[in-house]
Design a protein around this ligand. Structure first.
Ligand SMILES: Cc1cc2nc3c(=O)[nH]c(=O)nc-3n(C[C@H](O)[C@H](O)[C@H](O)COP(=O)(O)O)c2cc1C
Length: 143
């Protein structure tokens, strides 16, 4: 069974809700999904041993949150080349974080990324639940 690590960085919980739905979608596709708060990723070993990685942060002040920036520097030390990847996050109006995370995973880590990052204003509005689950399914299908 393929294993996927879903890491989220949130202030108010919306990005965690999206992470949980992505994990559901992954499980629908038969993958094993582990969801962790970025504050629990402390060392390289915490990131090793997965077939796929989905990283998410809410956008604040036009950027991803600091915890995700720090984690991406840690992830740079782990060999993620060719691993399946995706990026997501809750946003209010501009939503830069998922794009920035996605670009780092693609250009620096050389990961095999799903089509696009997922940006959602809310997991519970406007089909957000379905979109987040589908994102997880799409990552699962690439494994
Ligand atoms: C002080 C502050 C700054 C924010 N800056 C942005 C921003 O630059 N762009 C944006 O799209 N949303 C911005 N937001 C909205 C948050 O991204 C949005 O509320 C999101 O749902 C928070 O996700 P979280 O619950 O995972 O922390 C901001 C919110 C606050 C409170």
């Amino acid at each position: 069974m393929s294993k996927v690590l879903v890491v989220y960085n949130t202030r108010r919980g919306e990005t965690k809700a999206i992470a949980d739905l992505i994990a559901e979608g992954l499980r629908f596709e038969g993958a094993e999904a582990k969801v962790v708060n970025v504050t629990d990723v402390k060392k390289e070993a915490d990131l090793e041993g997965y077939d796929g990685y989905v990283f998410g942060s809410a956008t604040y002040h036009g950027e991803m949150m600091q915890g995700m920036k720090t984690m991406l520097f840690l992830a740079e030390k782990v060999d993620l080349e060719g691993k399946v990847g995706g990026a997501f996050g809750a946003f209010g109006w501009s939503g830069e974080a998922p794009d920035r995370i996605y670009e780092t995973m693609k250009n620096i880590f050389k990961m095999d990324m799903v089509g696009d990052p997922l940006r959602l204003k809310s997991s519970s509005l406007g089909g957000g639940t379905q979109m987040a689950q589908d994102y997880g399914r799409n990552v699962g299908k690439k494994l």
